[in-house]
Design a binder for this molecule. Structure first.
Ligand SMILES: Nc1nc2c(ncn2[C@@H]2O[C@H](COP(=O)(O)OP(=O)(O)O)[C@@H](O)[C@H]2O)c(=O)[nH]1
Ligand SMILES: [Mg+2]
Length: 247
């Protein structure tokens, strides 16, 4: 079966959460009989993340799997980009390691791309609040709203949630854009959407189910400061023409 779909998990120090998620995804691929590969990118973890992924993948010999690891922690953006560059599917989807959005939501994102209606589809926690089961802690949720306002103001993107860890890409159009992406940490979601929009790809924000999972790897203080400066950097890059050079 030719692989048409690639599922990418960026993972940093996820030894405790990743095993279950990898198993759920591989079971889902089997159950739905998808022509899909799973790519785990171990983003320089200091724990057994890659080992855990390899062990569970070995339980599913019929599914195409690929565990990529590098030694230095580079950030979620770099990890996702690495996974997408290694992917062979016509559509690629990335998901957070904790499956806050259950993998069963995948068709909501993948089908509109397969049908040719959109080029980039991304999960949103802002469009239908009824789909949120367990909310993020109050401060984190409010922080997300402030961040969204800043994103809208600085980039002009008309979306309500750019940060959900569940996004899909039509790779024929998106792959060439990966070359110009600069942001390696959590601001990368904004850059992906900004550059895709800038190059005329059709983007769609889609409400998905979402449950906050314990054990976040995000440090609110350090990571949110870095996110703000990354969004400013996107604006500067755009002004300097950095995003014009995509093939
Ligand atoms: N914090 C962090 N997460 C990373 C990094 N690289 C990849 N990731 C992955 O990015 C995702 C972040 O999701 P998570 O920690 O659940 O964040 P939250 O649910 O938004 O609090 C997880 O799959 C991480 O393993 C990194 O450098 N830092
Ligand atoms: Mg999470």
């Amino acid at each position: 079966m030719k692989t048409t779909l690639s599922i990418v998990i960026p993972a940093f120090n996820e030894e405790s959460r990743l095993g279950d998620s990898v198993r759920q995804i591989l079971e889902y691929i089997n159950k739905e009989n998808l022509a899909a590969e799973l790519i785990v990118v171990d983003d320089g973890s200091s724990d057994a993340t890659a080992k855990v992924a390899e062990t569970v993948c070995a339980e599913f010999p019929t599914v195409e799997t690929n565990v990529i690891r590098y030694e230095e922690n580079r950030g979620k953006g770099f990890a996702v980009k690495t996974g997408l560059l290694a992917s062979v599917g016509e559509v690629a989807l990335f998901t957070d390691a904790d499956l806050s959005t259950p993998i069963s939501e995948l068709p909501k994102l993948v089908e509109p791309i397969e049908k040719g209606d959109f080029d980039v589809t991304f999960g949103s926690r802002a469009l239908d609040r009824n789909l949120i089961g367990t909310h993020q802690p109050w401060r984190r949720e409010q922080g997300g709203k402030v961040f969204n306002l800043i994103v809208r103001t600085l980039t002009g993107l008309p979306f309500w949630d750019t940060q959900c860890g569940f996004k899909a890409f039509g790779m024929q159009k998106f792959r060439p854009l990966l070359d110009v992406m600069q942001i390696e940490r959590f601001g990368f979601d904004v850059e992906f959407l900004y550059v895709a929009n800038y190059h005329g790809l059709r983007l769609k924000e889609i409400p998905v189910r979402w449950n906050h999972c314990e054990g976040t790897t995000v440090s609110v203080f350090r990571d949110s400061q870095r996110m703000f400066s990354e969004v400013r950097q996107i604006r500067q890059n755009a002004k300097r023409g950095v995003y014009d050079n995509a093939k």
